[in-house]
Design a protein around this ligand. Structure first.
Ligand code: GLY
Ligand code: MN
Length: 350
């Protein structure tokens, strides 16, 4: 099987080298997970440069590259480079870094790369899916455990810390992103930051969280009710669940990304809540929590098997409360596999 570096080399012209500086892309191509590293790939060579602090780490992590330990990475990489053109990641290399490399190699022509490592990362191999599946299982097991312990009077911050600690206890390396625990009116804020607010009877409780394992992320949201739901709470939960399942159920290899969003749009139009849904429907998940593809009206490309995405519609009523339901799923030829298996119904807790 072709290595990731070989795929890049196949796309490169013979007179061109590729300066990779985005740490996530470096990790994807050659395994290095530390900081202060750059990767230079040409048609026939691939060299990774870092400093002495990381020498031992490179020996255990790196694959498919020659390793060079240097003090001045850009100088070492480019000073004697014989290519005519050096392509770089314009989404990552800063203006100051570009000026620096131009001064180091005045004879090289620097151009923004048309080779996208982010695009290469969209379709996951089976080993990557297995790691994300594990991260998702840790997340949902942690939520099962924590939700049974949530009581009236616990604060959003206390629930957050309990959930995060439980994920680490179950094997996560870290949390995937800042956990959202949003109670009562705070649940109407899509990206609420947990506060000292105590959970009260009658609250909606929205929990959006994930685990990180071996660099890969999971992303899951469920919304609960403390005690019995009122009519409006049941109504918006039902509307979001219908939208989420309608979108999920059209996912399979070959479906146009925008079509997945269209299902939510039609569903929330039918229930009358479209104007209360004002964020993207979902995003790719992998070495980054938010990565390509992003599920929007603009996504005219088709989804490929092996792509890991979230489906996360929400309905938010300002000053009242909100519901979001989110799964991380992997696209298959015949449909999808849900990686965040957790009950969908509006669970009464507390
Ligand atoms: N789960 C957080 C987000 O996707 O923005
Ligand atoms: Mn998400």
């Amino acid at each position: 099987m072709q290595s990731r570096i070989e795929k890049v080399q196949k796309a490169l012209n013979t007179d061109t080298c590729f300066l990779v500086t985005n740490p996530t892309n470096i990790r994807y191509l050659c395994g290095y997970s530390g900081s202060n590293g750059i990767l230079l790939v040409s048609k026939t060579e691939a060299t990774f440069f870092t400093d002495a602090r990381y020498e031992l780490q490179t020996q255990t992590e790196c694959f498919d590259v020659t390793i060079r330990i240097e003090a001045n990475l850009f100088k070492a990489a480019l000073e004697n480079e014989k290519s005519a053109v050096c392509i770089f990641e314009s989404g990552h290399l800063t203006v100051a870094m570009l000026e620096n490399v131009k001064a180091i190699s005045p004879n090289l022509r620097f151009e923004s790369s048309e080779i996208s490592i982010a695009a290469m990362r969209v379709v996951k191999d089976s080993a990557e899916v297995e790691i994300i599946r594990n991260a998702c299982q840790i997340s949902t097991a942690a939520l099962e455990s924590v939700i049974s312990q949530v009581r009236v009077g616990l604060t959003e911050k206390q629930v957050t810390h309990l959930l995060e600690r439980t994920m680490i206890d179950l094997g996560a390396d870290a949390i995937a992103f800042e956990t959202i625990v949003a109670s009562g009116p705070n649940s109407a804020i899509p990206h609420h930051q947990p506060t000292d607010r105590a959970i009260s009877a009658g609250d909606l409780l929205k929990i959006d969280f994930g685990a990180k394992v071996s660099g890969y992320h999971s992303d899951c949201t469920r919304t609960f009710v403390v005690g019995k739901p009122s009519d409006w709470q049941s109504d918006i939960h039902q509307a979001v669940l219908l939208a989420q399942s309608n979108s999920r159920n059209v996912v399979k290899a070959g479906v146009v990304g925008a079509e997945v969003l269209e299902q939510t749009t039609v569903s929330l139009t039918g229930s009358g809540y479209l104007e209360n849904f004002r964020h993207g429907l979902g995003h790719g998940v992998g070495l980054e929590i938010h990565e390509d593809p992003f599920l929007s009206r603009a996504l005219t490309a088709t989804l490929e098997a092996g792509t890991v995405i979230t489906i996360e519609p929400g309905v938010y009523l300002a000053n009242q409360g909100g519901v979001r339901i989110e799964d991380t799923i992997v696209v298959t030829e015949s449909g999808y596999e849900n990686l965040t298996v957790f009950a969908y119904e509006l669970q009464e807790i507390g």
